[in-house]
Design a binder for this molecule. Sequence first.
Ligand code: ADP
Ligand code: UDP
Length: 237
Amino acid sequence: MEKREQLYAGKAKSVFATDDPKRVVMVYRNDTSAFDGKKLAQLDRKGMVNNKFNAFVMQKLQAAGIPTHFEQLLNDTESLVKKLDMVPLECVVRNYSAGSICRRYGLEEGLAVNPPTFELFLKSDKLGDPMVNESHALAFGWATQAQLDEMKALTYRVNDVLKKLFDDAGMMLVDYKLEFGTFEGELLLGDEFSPDGCRIWDKATRKKMDKDRFRQDLGDVIETYEEVGRRLGIRFD
Ligand code: ADP
Ligand code: UDP
């Protein structure tokens, strides 16, 4: 496989073409952003930690029968993935209240959300990723009904797999965001799963172990991501 030109750069990753038109290289950078890109920083080792974290989780999900774009870890900061035609929606499941759901509904943080909620957001930095519903997605052509049904089912299946994985390692999976895309007509889980796109708390102390450490200036951001990874059995050296 030969890496070729950069196709686009997001806020945290860059996507490069390869000699295979169906595969791209995802480069995980140290760039970190929050609040729709209004808060920015460079965090040493973040690209490497999230790349290896994501590879571990994607392989666990694949082993559980969830189809993903992940193919292989190439080096510390790069992975080879199937090139997807992305659905421009973010799928969020919540097991405990935190973040925007607390602001939106006036809830205190840390309430059990039972049954876990499924929410859709339009992927648009310019609009601040507004929450949308299925009828918006259908009416404006962001996804078909079959894709919406499958994204929801897969996002909940991911919850079953990952809630247990984190629980067994002494952590709570509070919420997370997934993105999907199509490859040869099939819907696959794309993008990444890392502490940048989910909330993870220590089970005993409820210490925040995810991107809220960056959002809320709690310190030790990447050191804590590495601790989450180590508890799951990921090696970062
Ligand atoms: P953002 O778009 O939020 O700034 P990133 O910096 O993570 O995010 O950029 C990665 C970009 O790559 C996003 O636009 C994401 O939707 C897209 N993407 C993720 N997985 C794939 C894939 N398998 N094929 C093509 N594009 C992908
Ligand atoms: N999330 C994300 N990217 C986004 C928006 C949210 O990865 O553009 C993740 C976020 O890290 C959290 C979950 O989705 O794990 C729910 O986020 P929420 O709606 O609470 O928004 P926030 O308050 O985090 O902006």
